[in-house]
Design a protein around this ligand. Structure first.
Ligand SMILES: NC(=O)c1ccc[n+]([C@@H]2O[C@H](COP(=O)([O-])OP(=O)(O)OC[C@H]3O[C@@H](n4cnc5c(N)ncnc54)[C@H](OP(=O)(O)O)[C@@H]3O)[C@@H](O)[C@H]2O)c1
Length: 289
């Protein structure tokens, strides 16, 4: 029988790197460290080799369709399939400035949401029956980050489609571009709006992905890893990367297979993603203090 395969996107540093490290210690199979930049990826592999951990490496820029295609072909030819896929790669352009430019907002939404659609299209068909997919979202991905009633209703609709989510992402970008963005539409005074929109879109998409893959008993969940000391937060946070990898590793290796389509908090609590009145939204003062 062919070996099991795990893949983590954006894993040359940060939480993705720690998930690869944990998988290398605990997952019985091949673990792929992937990065958009070859040199950064290989440096990360060397770091793990010093710990006597030996991941496979492949370049993978999720925002570059050609790169995703090359990676898909490589996995198909070498292994035939994927058992664990972690959609971790993301950016928070201008996050700590709290006032993004349009280009930063577009880049954030492109990488954090639209690129995951490319991964879904090209890599999900390789995920084997009974596999697991984990989307690393954020507290910014809980529905309570959205205050616009129309979008709360539309994103909560049980007949949600991927088109609804794309329109949500484009609604924000358009409103930013044409100067009609209303800060009251987003929690916390409209701060970090693009990142919130990208992660709400990702967590909403998780629910659709779960439906799509249910017949093959593949578990798809999204989660918030906590506020973690990484480059994304310029080192601000309550947890280091290995602590932050604990719940992702639990979800990938130990959680019951029937945990599906859930939004999971860093302490393993399963939250009601639809509870738009809840207090789970990101408060920018937590990184400003
Ligand atoms: N840190 C936190 O407090 C926190 C809180 C909530 C959620 N999260 C989420 O946790 C995940 C990991 O974040 P982190 O804090 O570990 O951030 P990080 O240290 O900045 O790492 C992000 C990783 O994603 C990669 N990446 C970015 N764009 C990519 C692309 N187009 N294709 C492939 N890889 C790409 C980066 O590669 P480069 O090195 O080339 O830039 C890097 O390896 C993200 O989804 C983030 O949104 C983090």
């Amino acid at each position: 029988m062919s070996k099991k395969v795990a893949v983590v996107t954006g894993s040359n540093k940060g939480i993705g790197f720690a998930i690869v490290k944990g998988l290398l210690k605990r997952f019985k199979g091949v673990v792929y460290l992937t990065s958009r930049d070859d040199a950064r990826g290989k440096a990360a592999v060397n770091q793990l080799n010093e710990l006597e951990l030996y991941p496979e490496y492949h370049q993978l820029d999720i925002s570059d369709r050609e790169s995703v295609l090359k990676f898909r072909d490589h996995i198909r030819n070498q292994h035939g399939g994927i058992d664990i896929l972690v959609n971790n790669a993301a950016v928070a352009d201008g996050l700590l400035g709290l006032n993004n430019t349009y280009d930063q907002s577009k880049n954030t939404i492109n990488i954090n949401f639209f690129s995951v659609l490319t991964v879904q299209e090209l890599l999900f068909p390789l995920v084997r029956d009974n596999g697991r997919i984990l989307n690393i979202s954020s507290d910014c991905g809980h529905l309570s980050n959205i205050r616009n009633k129309y979008w709360i209703e539309r994103l909560s609709n049980k007949n949600l489609t991927v088109n609804d989510i794309k329109e949500f992402a484009n609604w924000y970008l358009e409103s930013f571009k044409n100067g009609t963005f209303n800060k009251a539409d987003i929690a916390d005074g409209g701060t970090v709006a693009a990142y919130r929109v990208s992660k709400v879109a990702l967590s909403a998409l998780t629910i659709l992905q779960q439906k799509e893959l249910a017949s093959r008993n593949i578990a798809v969940n999204s989660m918030h890893p906590g506020l973690v000391k990484t480059d994304m937060t310029t080192g601000i946070g309550f947890y280091d990367i290995d602590q932050a990898a604990d719940t992702p590793l639990y979800l990938l290796l130990e959680a019951p297979q029937d945990l599906k389509g859930a939004y999971v908090w860093y302490d393993r609590r399963i939250l009601d993603w639809y509870d738009y009145n809840a207090d789970y939204y990101f408060k920018s003062k937590t990184i400003m203090e």
